[in-house]
Design a protein around this ligand. Structure first.
Ligand SMILES: [Zn+2]
Length: 430
């Protein structure tokens, strides 16, 4: 079975936050406590808790005894710095950490969209640019602003992935607006099997940087997240609906799945008449190629914007300024610490480059952290790479690109710093 190998911290959020009422921090560990089980155990201690909890500076760590912490602990994660709060990773009802199939699929979709667009023929580009008569595909010719990115995402989605349908036979109008007739519906990705949090999660600190040429600035506060540790592996099941594809000729009708066979041919090289095994191999091979292609493009771009000389404070992530009094020593304007060197200084530019070199040529996907805006109605993320393609072709968003400096998220886990969210897909396409 194919595997996902995690290369840099991956955070897929549950939407919930752990607060100091949920955890105890100490000795490089964050212990998440089951407070409701603690409260239901002793009435006296519960009353105690309610009296103290509303006071300023309350901390679960000072309140609970070590025994209470171990009696009611849910799990404990490696954590290099005390967080204010922590965004939880998605977990099953039984508390197991996993990677949702939908996240993997979303990342695949982005990679496939970039791949297909790059080798797209003139006809596809023409549709994306000017739309298609008698359909609900509008062209993105007029899209210029940030808000129009959503529209652009829909157009790309429809032009690349959607088959058409008509309300009734003989209708002139064909709609591409129904996700039921999406070609990627024919590929299913299952949730990975759950793993106990302690076996795969850690707490990492996320810092956002804005890149403006050689000028790099840390933005806002750091945030803490439960993230999957580099080195973790997950089995991932990908199912290609080969039965449906093999019967594509029969499945499509006057009103449903219009253009199915053409799409299968142009996207996956399936021309009809292939056996199911051949179909599966063709689809998975394209997926693998798309991931390589996408990662390659992103890596190329990232390497070009990363300045060589970019030093940050290892504990807070602030970009360091060179201390004038001590040449070669660094000063953290946030921590008001000077004379930083050695283990306190992370060469972010160099580290990130090393990381990208280490994943170059591999079949990579980027999960969880989108660097760009996400379209909620359709699946395609208008990733920077995708936007770049559209910009190069049509000048989309050109006017606004200077207002939105490029931002990048990096994850610190006490051992290193990583561009977040990179996983390798192994064992696909063979
Ligand atoms: Zn600092």
């Amino acid at each position: 079975m194919p595997e996902l190998v995690v290369h840099s911290p991956v955070h897929i959020g549950s939407g919930e936050k752990l607060t100091p009422y949920d955890f105890v921090f100490g000795e490089g560990k964050l212990t998440v406590v089951n407070v409701s089980s603690f409260l239901s155990e002793s009435r006296e201690r519960a009353e105690d808790f309610y009296t103290h909890a509303s006071r300023r500076g309350f901390s679960l760590k000072d309140f609970l005894t070590g025994e209470e912490v171990s009696a009611h602990r849910r799990y404990a994660l490696r954590c290099f710095k005390e967080p204010k709060d922590v965004s939880s990773a998605i977990k099953t009802a039984h508390g197991g950490a996993y990677i949702p199939g939908s996240s993997i699929k979303g990342a695949l979709r982005t990679a496939l969209a970039c791949y297909f667009l790059s080798r797209g023929d003139d006809e596809v580009w023409e549709i994306i640019k000017n739309g298609k008569d008698n359909t609900d595909i509008r062209g993105i010719r007029r899209a210029r602003g940030r808000r129009d990115e959503k529209m652009a995402g829909e157009v790309v989605e429809k032009a690349l992935f959607r088959c058409g349908y008509k309300r009734k036979e003989g209708d002139r109008f064909t709609s591409y607006g129904d996700a039921k007739y999406d070609i990627l519906k024919l590929i299913a990705v299952r949730d990975t099997p759950p793993v106990p949090p302690e076996d795969c999660l850690e707490v990492s600190m996320i810092k956002v940087y804005s890149f403006n040429g050689a000028r790099v600035k840390a933005k806002g506060f750091e945030t803490f997240v439960e993230s999957i540790q580099p080195g973790s592996t997950f089995e991932v099941e990908m199912l290609v609906d080969t039965k449906f594809i093999a019967r594509a000729e029969e499945m499509k009708s006057e009103t449903r799945w219009i253009g199915l066979q053409d799409k299968l041919e142009s996207l996956f090289g399936i021309s009809g008449g292939e056996g199911e095994q051949v179909i599966e191999r063709k689809v998975l091979t394209v997926i693998e190629e798309a991931c390589r292609f996408f990662a390659d493009k992103v890596i190329e771009r990232e390497l070009s914007i990363l300045p060589e000389e970019l030093y940050v404070h290892s504990t807070c992530g602030t970009v360091l300024t060179e201390d004038l009094k001590n040449r070669g020593k660094n000063y953290c304007s946030k921590c008001k610490e000077g004379n930083l060197n050695g283990s306190n200084v992370i060469k972010l530019g160099e580290k990130a480059k090393e990381f990208y070199e280490s994943i170059r040529g591999k079949t990579m996907l980027r999960l969880g952290f989108s660097t760009a805006w996400y379209s909620s109605t359709v699946g395609v993320m208008l990733d920077d790479e995708l936007l770049n393609l559209l910009r190069r072709k049509f000048g989309l968003g050109k006017r606004y690109s200077s207002i939105f400096p490029k931002t990048r998220r990096f994850a610190f886990n006490g051992e290193g710093v990583y561009p977040a969210g990179w996983v390798e897909l192994r064992g696909v396409g063979r």
